[in-house]
Design a protein around this ligand. Structure first.
Ligand SMILES: Nc1ncnc2c1ncn2[C@@H]1O[C@H](COP(=O)(O)OP(=O)(O)OP(=O)(O)O)[C@@H](O)[C@H]1O
Length: 410
């Protein structure tokens, strides 16, 4: 649960910049440009800072979502990770290795074996069969024909395209074509998969299918994924953590619950305004301390249970539900706390004395837990660093806490 026990990050990005335009290298680090808006910078220098001073870690096994409106810098940022776009300044480390110092051979290796990309427009070769498209990355790696076709056939089955291996991409629906893209990325068995808005061209039902496919694959394989989207619902559904960008900068980084419960500013608040909060916020944020006599009754819920589950329980039984961590009673949730979450004025950190007291109860319980068991195991993987202020601590370690900006999850 602490960052000390966490495995080394897959990607570690610090103070990364990508500036397009004349004399781009002069922009990062020049105080004269630091406070300018994107439009002012463009007017003054002719440059676009697509990625501005961005820092974050991607942890092994997490789905890390990069979200933001069109033009916010998502694609540029993710392409910088494998240097498909060359960063202008900053540092970029993959598994402890400095990516910016890699020569072209090492970089090719990285792109072919360690990080594979799934694109919005599928990027399939039209004259090749599905099987040969899926095998393409293996062919580039130099794998022999029989072996690669065998691997490809397994991947085709894995993504639900059994029996379609001999078709051409043009004979498939959009959703099926994207499954081919997915299978092709999986075939090389990469350490991390990078998705650039892969489902935005698909209609909503197919899109939902594909999201479930990604969730299924993620659960089955625990593979690290970096997923770009401009769709908040997609981000909330898929992301263990979400990096929210605006004009090339990080506005907030956190779990879906943190972002919905505690938006960093009005921009994020606006972004999440229509999210059904009860389906994202957990009872550990909503609970109040138990009163005398409440310890023994009411439905028992885990701290990570969603408020929507608690609503169902409280409506059914007519009494507050208990929030239990194992045997330990952390607090209770009744009508008032649950309605407050739905109404948008509950479930944020420290928004009421009752919630502060409830948070203190969680912290006490955590301190009591001398065995250090992973009590966040019931929630998204990124949650392990959520409420503890670990992000603040680390950002100080890295000297990244300037501007009061959410420095991302390090
Ligand atoms: N090659 C380039 N030259 C100049 N400016 C560029 C270049 N590529 C991107 N930009 C600019 O950088 C900014 C970020 O673009 P980027 O494509 O990363 O955004 P995005 O968030 O991925 O957008 P979308 O969701 O529309 O794909 C935009 O202002 C864009 O116009």
């Amino acid at each position: 649960m602490s960052e000390t026990t966490q495995a080394n990050p897959v990607f570690s990005v610090r103070k990364l910049w990508k500036v397009f335009g004349p004399k781009a290298a002069k922009v990062p680090g020049d105080q004269a440009y630091a406070g300018l808006s994107a439009a002012e910078l463009r007017a003054r220098t002719g440059c676009t800072a697509a990625v501005r001073d961005v820092s974050f870690d991607v942890h092994p096994g997490e789905v890390f979502v990069v979200m933001g409106l069109s033009g916010s810098g998502k694609s540029t940022l993710v392409r910088c990770l494998t240097r498909l776009i060359e960063p202008t300044a900053g540092s970029l480390v993959m598994d402890g290795e400095d990516v910016l110092a890699m020569d072209s051979g090492r970089l090719r290796e990285l792109r072919r074996h360690r990080a594979s990309m799934v694109f919005q427009n599928f990027g399939l070769l039209p004259h090749r069969s599905v099987l040969d498209n899926v095998a393409y990355g293996l062919e580039i790696q130099g794998m022999g024909k029989a072996e690669r076709r065998e691997v490809a056939a397994r991947m085709v089955d894995k993504v639900g395209l059994e029996g379609l291996g001999e078709r051409r991409p043009g004979q498939l629906s959009g959703g099926q074509q994207q499954r081919v893209g997915l299978a092709r990325a999986l075939a090389v068995d990469p350490e991390v998969m990078l998705f650039d808005e892969p489902f935005s061209a698909l209609d909503p039902l197919i899109r939902r299918d594909m999201q479930e496919e990604v969730i299924r694959l993620h659960h089955e394989e625990g593979r690290t994924m970096v997923f770009i989207t401009h769709d908040l619902n997609e981000a909330l559904r898929l992301g263990d953590r979400i990096l929210l960008m605006r004009d090339g900068e990080v506005v907030q980084l956190g779990t879906p619950e943190e972002i919905v419960a505690n938006p960093a500013d009005d921009y994020v608040r606006d972004f999440v305004r229509d999210v059904p909060r009860e389906q994202v916020i957990s009872v550990r944020r909503a609970m109040r301390p138990a009163a005398d006599g409440e310890a023994g009754t009411g439905t028992a819920l885990a701290p990570g249970a969603l408020v929507s589950e608690a609503i169902e329980a409280v409506a059914r039984t007519g009494e507050p539900a208990r929030v239990l961590d194992g045997e330990k009673l952390l607090g209770v949730v009744g009508h008032e706390q649950l309605l407050a979450v739905v109404a948008g004025n509950g479930g944020g950190a420290g928004t009421s004395p009752a919630e502060e007291a409830a948070e203190a109860a969680v912290e006490d319980a955590a301190e009591d837990d001398s065995a250090g068991a992973d009590r966040d195991g019931d929630s998204a993987s990124g949650a392990s660093e959520s409420d503890s202020g670990a992000g603040d601590k680390d950002s100080a370690d890295h000297g990244d806490s300037d501007n009061g900006k959410a420095v991302a999850g390090v």
